[in-house]
Write a protein that binds this ligand. Structure first.
Ligand code: NAD
Ligand code: DAU
Length: 350
C-alpha cells in the first residue's frame, strides 16, 4: 500500500523540528522527509531522537535549488508539503534583506512550481505554507489581526513572508493548486535559536550578561507555546479547507519588559539568586529599525472551524522553557559558540 509521503521543509529549525517530531511519532503510517539547508539556524541535534525511526528521512538541500527539489520529488513522490524553511530573524533581515528574498520568496516560489508540475494529475495532494502574523503590519493599542486584515509588512523579513504568502494564494487562484496557509504569532519553547528574545534572555540571565531591551520595552507580542503551534499545524494540515487561511495566536499579549521581568524572576528562583538580582541586568539599548509596536491575533476562525485553541499558560510554558535551556547547556553552548559570537558582537556591541 502507498504510504502518504510528506515533505517538511525547515525541519532542523526551531518550529520545524517540533512539527517533524510530532508527525513522525504520531503518524507511523506516514513517511516524513525533513528537507533543510542547515543554515546557522538549522541543527540536526534538534531532531537527533528521530534519526533511527523507520518513517523518518533527513534530506540536506536548499529550497532555492530547482534541480535538487525536482530530484527529491522524483525519488520520494511527495503527496504533501508542509513548508517552514525560511530565514526567520527580523534583525538579520534588516542587515541582509537579500538572503530573505532568496529563501523566503524565490525558495517558496520554486517549491510551488516544482510541486505544481509533479502534482498536475494528482488528487489528494496539499501544499501547506506556514507563515507569520508579521505580514499584517503593526497594531496600535487596540484591535486584533484577522484573516481579512490587509497585508502591511514593514520589515524585510515580513515583506518576504508576505510575498511568499501572495505567491501561494496566486497558485491557488491561477492554477487551482491546493494550498492552505496559517499565520502565527510569536512562538517560544525548546530548540529556539538564542538570537530570538526569550532564549537570548535566558542565556544572558544564566551568564549574568546584560539583557538588551530595544527602545522603551513597551512593544507587545502575542506569545504561543511551540507545542500549541504544532497542534494547530497538525489540525490545519489534516482538517483545514483548501484555499483558506487560519490565524494562530496565544491570546497572550505581553510587553517585552513584562516578559523579561517574568523570565528574570523565574530564573532567580531556579538559580537560587535573591529575587530582583537578574532584573539588575536589564539594559535599554537602541531600538530596532522600524520596530513594529504591537502584534495580537484573533484566532476565532481556527477555534470555531477546527476546534483548536492554545492549552499552555504562559507561566507554565516559560518555566518549562527555562528548564529545557538549563538542562540542555551543551546544546546552548554549541549554538552560541563560533559564528554566534561574531553576530552577537556586531549586533549588540558594534
Ligand atoms: P528557524 O530559523 O528556527 O528555522 C528555519 C529553518 O529553515 C532552519 O533549519 C534553516 O536551516 C532552514 N532553512 C533556511 N533557509 C533554507 C533554505 N534555503 N533551504 C532549506 N532550508 C532552509 O525558524 P522558525 O522560527 O522555526 O520558523 C519556521 C517557520 O515558521 C518560518 O517560515 C517562519 O516564518 C514561521 N513562523 C515563525 C514564528 C516564530 O515565532 N518563530 C512565528 C510564526 C511563523
Ligand atoms: O510574530 C511572529 C514572528 O515572531 C516570527 O514570524 C519571527 O520569525 C520571529 O522571529 C518573531 O519575530 P519578532 O521580531 O517579534 O521576535 P524577536 O524574538 O526577534 O523579538 C521579540 C520582541 O523583543 C521584539 O519586540 C523585539 C524585542 N527584542 C528582541 C531581541 C532579540 C529586544 O528587545 N531585544 C532583543 O535582543
Amino acid at each position: 500500500m502507498h504510504k502518504r509521503s510528506i515533505l517538511i521543509t525547515g525541519g532542523a529549525g526551531f518550529i520545524g523540528s517540533h512539527v517533524v517530531r510530532q508527525l513522525v511519532n504520531k503518524y507511523p503510517q506516514y513517511l516524513i522527509y525533513n528537507l533543510d539547508k542547515l543554515t546557522y539556524a538549522g541543527n540536526l541535534e534538534n531532531v537527533k531522537d528521530l534519526e533511527n525511526k523507520p518513517n523518518y528521512t533527513f534530506l540536506k538541500g536548499d529550497i532555492v535549488n530547482e534541480d535538487a527539489i525536482k530530484s527529491f520529488f522524483d525519488t520520494h513522490q511527495f503527496d504533501a508539503v508542509i513548508h517552514l524553511a525560511a530565514e526567520s530573524h527580523v534583525d538579520r533581515s534588516i542587515t541582509n534583506p537579500l538572503e530573505f528574498i532568496y529563501t523566503n520568496v524565490i525558495g517558496t516560489a520554486n517549491l510551488l512550481q516544482v510541486a505544481k508540475t509533479y502534482w498536475a494529475d494528482r488528487e489528494g495532494v496539499l501544499f501547506y505554507h506556514v507563515s507569520t502574523d508579521e505580514v499584517y503590519g503593526s497594531l496600535g493599542t487596540t484591535g486584533l489581526f484577522k484573516e481579512t486584515t490587509a497585508y502591511d509588512p514593514r520589515s524585510p523579513y515580513s515583506a518576504s513572508k508576505a510575498s511568499s504568502d501572495h505567491f501561494v494564494r496566486a497558485f491557488f487562484h491561477t492554477y487551482n493548486f491546493p494550498v492552505v496557509i496559517s499565520n502565527c504569532s510569536n512562538n517560544y519553547g525548546p530548540y529556539q535559536f538564542p538570537e530570538k528574545l526569550i532564549p537570548l534572555m535566558i542565556n544572558n540571565i544564566f551568564h549574568s550578561k546584560p539583557l538588551p531591551i530595544y527602545g522603551d520595552g513597551l512593544n507587545i507580542r502575542d506569545w504561543l507555546w511551540v507545542g500549541d503551534h504544532v497542534d494547530a499545524i497538525d489540525v490545519v494540515f489534516h482538517k483545514g479547507k483548501v484555499g483558506e487561511t487560519y490565524n494562530i495566536g496565544g491570546n497572550n499579549e505581553m510587553t517585552n519588559i513584562k516578559l523579561v521581568h517574568m523570565l528574570c524572576d523565574l530564573m532567580d528562583k531556579k538559580l537560587n539568586r535573591p529575587l530582583g538580582k537578574s532584573r539588575e541586568l536589564i539594559t535599554f539599548v537602541k531600538d530596532r529599525k522600524g520596530h513594529d509596536r504591537r502584534y495580537a491575533i484573533d484566532a476565532t476562525k481556527i477555534k470555531n472551524e477546527l476546534n483548536w485553541e492554545p492549552k499552555v499558560f504562559p507561566q507554565e510554558g516559560m518555566a518549562a522553557t527555562i528548564d529545557w535551556y538549563l538542562n540542555n547547556a551543551a546544546w546552548l553552548e554549541n549554538v552560541t559558540s563560533g559564528a554566534y559570537q561574531e553576530y552577537y558582537k556586531n549586533h549588540y556591541q558594534g
